[in-house]
Ligand binder design. Structure first.
Ligand code: 13P
Ligand code: SF4
Length: 309
């Protein structure tokens, strides 16, 4: 069958037909953001997934996000427009290696960033996101040693913010490691009044220059509330669509990658398209499926996060 001429209205019709909700992350293409019922960071998306009454969840994001929605909603159909939409950070922490690593620290509590597979979640005590990582670590008694996985940059940032040592898994995100400090500094010289805002998945040389560091939702709120009118943005540039919508009179400048390529765009997030979203709803596939034993083991640390944040 051919693609309908008006994809927006066809998707809205399917939404009603399926009793579906479309959840989307800020790193999605602008048209996907515009058709979503809820747009958010990883914490907001998990909360929405935990409380929705819809029968079908269409997740416009990456695999670990749809997986989290399925962990919270075993009886719902969870669709991911492209099942290959993975995450370099999640891939940097394979479960067998992590289980061996964890076994070296038997008395440690495992706090894992939500950007990891369901198998890693099942090996964790508490999940966190970039919105609540500091708050969650602060609630752990100081004499309790912690393993933090998989993102070493967020882990280092949380250590600085809380003044606590943690054992870090050495994972990272290909997108947030690509930002060029040199080009960022050049942009600041060209726009001396601009504020630099950065996601904590960025490397320390980039974070060092930031006027504000936060999750995608925190960055979005900061741009609206700040008195500044120009921002140099060190996170995936998909979010600039929302920044511009929320503050149309302000200017947002994306920090380029090291090689001037479009590699500051997440190649996994961008695998989803409006066309694939339509076909996923029309065909009710690809569906996110998880072994029940993994799902049950991964649910507990996610619930702990929702209680603690
Ligand atoms: P947040 O939207 O939770 O800040 O996460 C950023 C990210 O890299 C998602 O993959
Ligand atoms: Fe994973 Fe990084 Fe893409 Fe987020 S931006 S989905 S952490 S690769």
């Amino acid at each position: 069958p051919a693609l309908p001429n008006d994809l927006f209205s066809a998707i809205n019709d399917l939404k009603r037909e399926l009793n579906a909700i479309i959840l989307a992350h800020y790193y999605q293409d602008a048209d996907i953001q515009d058709i979503a019922d809820y747009l958010g960071d990883s914490l907001g998306l998990s909360r929405q997934a935990a409380q929705t009454n819809a029968e079908v969840i269409v997740f416009a994001g990456v695999h670990f996000m749809a997986e989290t929605a399925k962990i919270l909603n075993p009886d719902k159909l969870v669709l991911l427009p492209d099942l290959n939409a993975g995450c370099s950070l999640a891939d940097s922490c394979p479960a067998p290696e992590f289980a061996q690593f964890k076994a070296q620290y038997p008395d440690h509590l495992v706090i894992s960033y939500i950007n990891c597979s369901a198998e890693i979640k099942a090996l964790s005590d508490i999940i966190c996101t970039s919105s609540n990582a500091v708050k969650i670590v602060q609630q752990i008694p100081r004499d309790q040693p912690i393993i933090f996985a998989p993102d070493r940059n967020l882990g280092r940032y949380v250590m600085e913010q809380t003044g606590r040592e943690m054992v870090l898994w050495q994972g990272s995100c290909i997108v947030h490691e690509t930002f060029s400090e040199k080009k960022m500094v050049q942009l600041k010289i060209e726009h001396p009044q601009a504020q630099i805002i950065a996601h904590p998945e960025c490397e320390p040389p980039v974070l060092r220059h930031a006027d504000y560091i936060g999750s995608t939702t925190a960055l979005l709120n900061y741009c609206q509330d700040s008195g500044a009118d120009t921002f140099i943005v060190a996170t995936e540039p998909g979010i600039i669509h929302q920044m511009q919508k929320h503050a149309p009179q302000k200017t947002f400048i994306p920090v380029p990658g090291m090689n001037n390529c479009a590699c500051n765009e997440c190649p996994h997030m961008r695998l989803n398209t409006l066309e694939k979203l339509y076909w996923a709803m029309k065909n009710r596939e690809p569906e996110l499926i998880l072994p029940e034993s993994t799902r049950v083991a991964a649910l507990r640390p996610i619930q702990r996060m929702l209680e603690l944040s």
